[in-house]
Write a protein that binds this ligand. Structure first.
Ligand code: G
Ligand code: G
Ligand code: MN
Ligand code: NA
Length: 254
């Protein structure tokens, strides 16, 4: 409860900040986008990760102001990278399921794009399968309108939810993110290897991309490459970093 009170203050006092983790096309070793991940520099507790306050925000009704802030800041940063450093990066924001019930969601996204000048096709929303299930009625119309504007939608943690296959019937997503729980043992577990291979095959048949998350070593990368998975994200390539570190990271890749 205390952390919750603090969160609203944190948003207003700029105690939150975003770090960004690259998503790479490993065939060309180029960055295809970055995922924004929120951090809280707490005045007494030090740096907090999203695991310690995002679930609280979801329960306590503060997820909306948090999401609004993240959207605004991520768009601002992406536009700034382009203007100041000629870095043309697609930025992805994680969306909690409950924000799809918020009537100001579309307005807030449009405002974040408009105020920053970021083109809609440089923004990606990472949503979970739960968003499609719990708020189905709301989410359908909202997602379709956002996609028509050019915004990308990717399914995060794919395969760990409940509604995966039926949701694929009704929507076209830009990409499925293969959850890191399948990637971590993909080399040694025949089950995980089968799941990753199947998600790859299915995404191809459905004309969607697939991005493997949580890639931590070369063996995982090589296995994924062997099943034609080019898009990867994980500590093996890069940890989430501050905006000021991105340009150097990218220039070292080439
Ligand atoms: O950065 P880290 O690996 O600790 O992230 C942990 C979890 O927090 C992930 O599931 C991630 O999707 C989630 N997360 C990170 N940033 C945000 C955010 O801005 N909004 C929401 N809703 N979730 C986030
Ligand atoms: O749920 P979501 O996919 O948004 O979660 C992203 C989280 O995964 C972030 O907290 C990020 O720090 C974490 N992450 C990113 N790459 C790796 C990795 O290679 N290994 C592990 N264990 N976690 C990772
Ligand atoms: Mn994510
Ligand atoms: Na994920």
């Amino acid at each position: 409860i205390q952390l919750e009170h603090g969160l609203l203050r944190a948003i207003n006092r700029n105690e939150l900040y975003l770090v960004y983790q690259p998503k790479l096309d490993t065939a060309t070793m180029s960055v295809v986008g970055v995922e924004a991940l929120v951090r809280w520099q707490h005045p007494h507790l030090g740096e907090l990760g999203p695991g310690s306050f995002v679930p609280l925000a979801e329960k306590g009704g503060l997820i909306w102001p948090l999401t609004e802030w993240v959207l605004k800041e991520a768009c601002r940063q992406a536009a700034q990278w382009y203007r100041n450093e000629a870095l043309d990066l697609n930025v992805a924001v994680n969306m909690s399921p409950t924000v799809f019930a918020h009537e100001e969601l579309e307005q807030a996204i449009e405002a974040a794009l408009h105020d920053s000048g970021l083109p809609p096709d440089r923004l990606t929303l990472e949503i979970t399968e739960q968003s499609l299930m719990v708020y189905e009625a709301e989410a359908v119309g909202v997602l379709e309108r956002l996609q028509r504007m050019g915004i990308n939608v990717q399914i995060d943690d794919f395969g760990t939810g409940y509604s995966s296959l039926s949701s694929l019937k009704h929507y076209h997503f830009q990409a499925l993110k293969i959850d890191k729980s399948f990637v971590s043992d993909v080399v040694t577990s025949s089950e995980d290897a089968a799941i990753a291979t199947t998600i790859m095959f299915m995404s191809k048949c459905l004309d969607m991309e697939a991005i493997a998350e949580g890639v931590e070593n070369e063996a995982q990368k090589d296995f994924l490459a062997s099943i034609d998975c080019r898009l990867m994200q994980g500590f093996y390539f890069a940890r989430p970093m501050l905006p000021s570190e991105m340009s150097r990271f990218i220039s070292r890749l080439t």
